[in-house]
Every structure is written in structure tokens, then in C-alpha cells.
Ligand binder design. Structure first.
Ligand SMILES: [Zn+2]
Length: 304
């Protein structure tokens, strides 16, 4: 299934982006589209149906002194699309944007734009965030330069190449019979949400091993069969959520109180009511998050 933040329509222009002259010309070509991000907020146009606020290449003349080199997102119908970090501009109002154009937080924006555009938000936000955090070489601390339209950074002193990172996270709905496990992390306790268990994968670990380890750590449960369901790019800042269903082999919960405020079994009826916003106390994430769809697939018996 296709989640929010996937569905990116671009040809990522692997061949074209190797040629710096092609990129330089594409950036200035009339018709080229530029998506600015300001402090990781994305420009949205709300003049009619909410959509990404693409601007023309003349934007680059106005911001080039205060902003880093634009990042090539890709091609669509032969038109080059770039994103540029305009955080160096103190007040975005000075960009002289048309009325109805506004910089918005990525999650809020993604709730309103088309499915394909949510994939573009994920790519643009993760790319710009990576460049902001990885200006300097992690080997020799020299400032690096962006190459291949932003798909690598090169240290000209020690020759090290650095590539954009994606951090894999396993997220799993644990179930047994007519019950499933939902937990509340310390981070989400204030909002009152319960969700699937989840955690970053370790190095040297398969997806299945990460699922078993996280469930053991967070809930003290052992698992029988694990099934992959679907995945979701999650650009906060650059995760890939790997969604699974896992059948519990044991039933007694011992949760890790350092990380979790609560982990418990819920019935299928509880899960269905919470998904529909009709449960008196249980709140689960909305459809923007893969957790919602993992719970729903199980609750509606899409999963054995
Ligand atoms: Zn270096």
C-alpha cells in the first residue's frame, strides 16, 4: 500500500546529475521549478486546492547570496525540479510571495496536498535537512561541497565522499488471537496516544531480528511469525518506517518503564473504535502514519 510521504513522481535523473554543467543550465532554464524550504517548512499555495508552492528560477537570483546551492529533486515531463533552503533569509515576507503562499510545517502540509506531492515533501525535506547537518567532513572536519545535484558531499581535502542517510525503523503490530499490543512512549504520553511498538534498527541486524529485539525490550514478549506489511518514508528527519505484523508467542507483558509509560493488550473492538475516533479513552495515530494502517489491517482481518 502507498502511504503519505511516498508516491514521489520524479525521475531522479541519475545520468543528468553527474554533469555539473547540465545542472547549472537546468537551474536557470525558463520553466524550471523551484520549491523553497524555510527552516524546513515547505512553501504551500492555498489559492485553490492546497499544493506545493513551486516558483520559477528567478527566485535563485534573489536568494543566491544568502542560500546554499539548490538540490536537484529530479525530472518530470522533461522539466527539472529543484529545492532550495532559504533559511538564510531572515523574513520570508521579503521574498515577495504572492498572497496565498505560505511556509508550513511538513506534517500539516502533507495532510492537505496530493499523494504524489507528499512524496516530494519527504524527498525535499530530508535532503535539505541532511545538507544542513552534514556540512563538514566527518573524517577531517573540513567543509565539504555538494555534488551530483546534492546526492553526495565531497571533501576536497581528504577525498572522502559522504552520502545522504536514511535511518531504518521497525514498527510492528504484535497480535495474538483477538488481541493486539499497543504502547505509549514517554515522548507521546502528553498527547495520550497509544501506538505500535517501534524502534531504530541496529547495525548488523536483519528486519526480523530488530522486530524481535524491540518487542522483547519494550514489552518483554517473545514472537512467533513475523510478516512484512509495507514501508513509509518519514522525513523527521530521515527515517524509513518498516511496517510488520508479528504474532506473539508469549502473553505476559513486562514493559521497559525507561522508554514506555504503558504497554497493554487491547481487543479488536477497542482497536476498531480507536481507529474511528470513537473509543472513550484509547487514542491511536491518524491515517498519516503507518501505525494506523498496521492496526487497521489487523483489526479488519486483513492479516491472519
Ligand atoms: Zn575530509
Amino acid at each position: 500500500m502507498q502511504h503519505v510521504f511516498s508516491g514521489n513522481p520524479f525521475d531522479r535523473a541519475e545520468a543528468e546529475r553527474r554533469d555539473p554543467n547540465w545542472i547549472e543550465q537546468a537551474m536557470r532554464r525558463p520553466g524550471t521549478r523551484i520549491l523553497p524550504l524555510w527552516k524546513l517548512n515547505v512553501l504551500i499555495s492555498r489559492n485553490s486546492a492546497p499544493a506545493l508552492g513551486w516558483l520559477g528560477p528567478e527566485l535563485l537570483d534573489r536568494v543566491s547570496k544568502q542560500c546554499p546551492t539548490p538540490v536537484l529533486l529530479g525530472l518530470r515531463d522533461g522539466v527539472a525540479h529543484f529545492t532550495v533552503d532559504v533559511s538564510g533569509i531572515e523574513d520570508p515576507a521579503s521574498l515577495g510571495l504572492e498572497s496565498g503562499f505560505k511556509f508550513e510545517e511538513a506534517r500539516a502540509a502533507a495532510a492537505d496536498v496530493s499523494a504524489q506531492e507528499t512524496g516530494i515533501i519527504a524527498q525535499a525535506k530530508a535532503q535539505i535537512d541532511w545538507h544542513v547537518r552534514h556540512r563538514f567532513c566527518s573524517v577531517c572536519a573540513t567543509e565539504t561541497v555538494a555534488e551530483r545535484g546534492g546526492l553526495q558531499r565531497h571533501c576536497l581535502k581528504c577525498s572522502a565522499l559522504h552520502f545522504p542517510r536514511t535511518d531504518p525503523v521497525v514498527i510492528m503490530l504484535v497480535h495474538k488471537g483477538d488481541r493486539c499490543i499497543l504502547g505509549q512512549t514517554r515522548a507521546r504520553a502528553a498527547a495520550g496516544f497509544y501506538s505500535c511498538l517501534a524502534g531504530f534498527m541496529d547495525q548488523g541486524e536483519s528486519i526480523e531480528e530488530a522486530v524481535r529485539r524491540e518487542v522483547r525490550e519494550e514489552a518483554g514478549l517473545e514472537l512467533a511469525e513475523i510478516r512484512y506489511h509495507s514501508s513509509q518514508p518519514w522525513p523527521f528527519p530521515s527515517s524509513l518506517m518498516i511496517g510488520c505484523h508479528a504474532e506473539a508467542a508469549t502473553e505476559t507483558i513486562h514493559f521497559d518503564s525507561e522508554e514506555m509509560t504503558d504497554v497493554r493488550w487491547y481487543s479488536r473492538e477497542d482497536a476498531l473504535a480507536a481507529l474511528n475516533g470513537k473509543h472513550p479513552s484509547l487514542k491511536v495515530p491518524g491515517p498519516i502514519a503507518i501505525a494506523h494502517h498496521l492496526i487497521k489491517a489487523w483489526a479488519t482481518r486483513d492479516v491472519r
